[in-house]
Design a protein around this ligand. Structure first.
Ligand SMILES: Cc1cc2nc3c(=O)[nH]c(=O)nc-3n(C[C@H](O)[C@H](O)[C@H](O)COP(=O)(O)OP(=O)(O)OC[C@H]3O[C@@H](n4cnc5c(N)ncnc54)[C@H](O)[C@@H]3O)c2cc1C
Length: 376
């Protein structure tokens, strides 16, 4: 294979797919590559929760709210199981509660009204959550869920309608450069001459940057989750633990167990998650991770102790030390644009796709300097 494209997008997860769709729609001759199937990275291994309360920075909540409006429209035409159910952040300690009280105020400007619930009020939202285990819970009315596979594949299908060329099972193995600029993308199936490369390879984005002669401050960790047999509705919206409020989840490099749960339209309960550092391509799920995650879930949902688990998996997701994503052109390789490390990217992917392409076209005042790939 030897071909040409205006733009090559590396990575067919939700971010690469959303960007590729918007590029094709804007008239760019675009190819999207993935070393595996599309949605085979973190985008195929996540819970599909739409979370807002963990996005209190202005830039982040704006992206999330714009994306929610777009999902509403997409859901009219595509079976993406988008449901604005409302969600709960479970507050397990007085420290988490104190932090949550401070954050609630941040959302007033955005006309979202999270509320702190106590005792029986919690059960009016999630009847199976055991209130004695928690200090309180934040109810966030605009949170919800979606089907992450369906969303990623929707962007691919939409892109194809605008001429997007798709290349699954095509691994990027190197770049040919002219001076500092990428001239050709070298893949396991041949080469593609191009003017612009979008590095949307998720946790592998650091490797792609390195192949091109750049470096980005991206880290990654694995998240382990499990799914049950379908059952009648027992979890009504996304439920997450409040560990992120006090940074407890980031303070250790060993196994961290947090609470997250959601129930799909088909009735499967998806339970997360154990977070740990492992080799990038590892798919191993240690028994202790599975066991501790299940035990933690049962503590909060004791009545669901008998759910039958049918599958356990691990997926690798990127993060950065400063919590900001990496989004922008590299100064070392000026035609390499990275978009990676957005926290919980499903909540924000539709708007990120639009904004990245507006920025590339020079039609945006999106302040992405703070997301610079050149920061250390
Ligand atoms: C257990 C778990 C639960 C999560 N739950 C949620 C949730 O409920 N809600 C939420 O919003 N987010 C959640 N996330 C995070 C979310 O999944 C990620 O933010 C999102 O999927 C990142 O998308 P991405 O496109 O950047 O990366 P990915 O989906 O990882 O896509 C990167 C793609 O690049 C491809 N690639 C890598 N190297 C190459 C190469 N050399 N050549 C070609 N292709 C390559 C990979 O195969 C992969 O498909 C969760 C993550 C995990 C792990």
């Amino acid at each position: 294979m030897s071909e040409r494209a205006d733009v090559v997008v590396v990575g067919g997860g939700v971010l690469g797919s959303a960007i590729a769709y918007n590029l094709a729609k804007a008239g760019y001759d675009t190819v999207i590559l993935d070393k595996n199937e599309f949605a085979s990275g973190a985008s195929g291994g996540n819970l599909g929760q739409i979370s807002l309360f963990d996005r209190w920075e202005d830039w982040h909540i704006s992206l999330a709210l714009e994306s929610l409006e777009m999902y509403k429209l997409f859901a009219q035409d595509f079976a993406i199981d988008f449901q604005e159910t409302g969600g709960l952040v479970v507050l397990a300690t007085p420290e988490q509660e104190e932090m949550a009280e401070k954050i609630v105020g941040r959302f007033k400007d955005f006309k979202i009204s999270p509320q702190i619930l106590k005792g029986k009020d919690i059960n009016s939202v999630e009847p199976y959550l055991y209130p004695d285990e928690v200090c309180g819970a934040v109810y966030c009315p605009r949170e919800g869920r979606l089907d992450p596979f369906a969303v990623t594949l929707m962007f691919i299908e939409l892109g194809k309608q605008y001429g997007l060329r798709i290349r699954p099972f095509t691994k990027v193995i190197g770049f040919e450069k002219k001076g500092s600029m990428i001239h050709k993308v070298l893949t396991s199936k041949g080469e593609i001459t191009t003017n612009l490369v979008i590095n949307a390879a998720g946790s592998w984005s650091g490797l792609i940057a390195q192949l091109a002669g750049a470096s980005i401050p991206l880290k990654y960790h694995h998240g382990t989750a499990m799914v049950s047999q379908p059952v009648p509705r027992v979890i009504f919206g996304p439920v997450v633990g409040g560990g992120f409020l006090t940074g407890a989840m980031l303070k250790t490099t060993t196994l961290r167990i947090g609470l997250s749960a959601v129930q799909s339209a088909r009735g499967s309960v998806i339970i997360g998650q154990g977070t740990e550092e492992k080799e990038l391509d590892s798919k191993d799920v240690p028994l202790k991770t599975f066991h501790k995650t299940a035990k933690n879930f049962s503590r909060y949902f004791p009545k669901l102790m008998n759910l039958e688990i049918v599958r356990v998996w691990t997926a690798v997701t990127p993060y950065t030390n400063d919590g900001l994503p990496i989004c922008g052109f590299s100064s070392k390789v000026p035609n390499l644009f990275t978009a990676a490390g957005f926290k919980g990217a499903f909540t924000t992917a539709p708007a990120i796709g639009v904004k990245v392409v507006e920025y590339i076209r020079g039609r945006s005042n999106w302040p992405i300097e703070m997301f610079s790939p050149d920061r250390v």
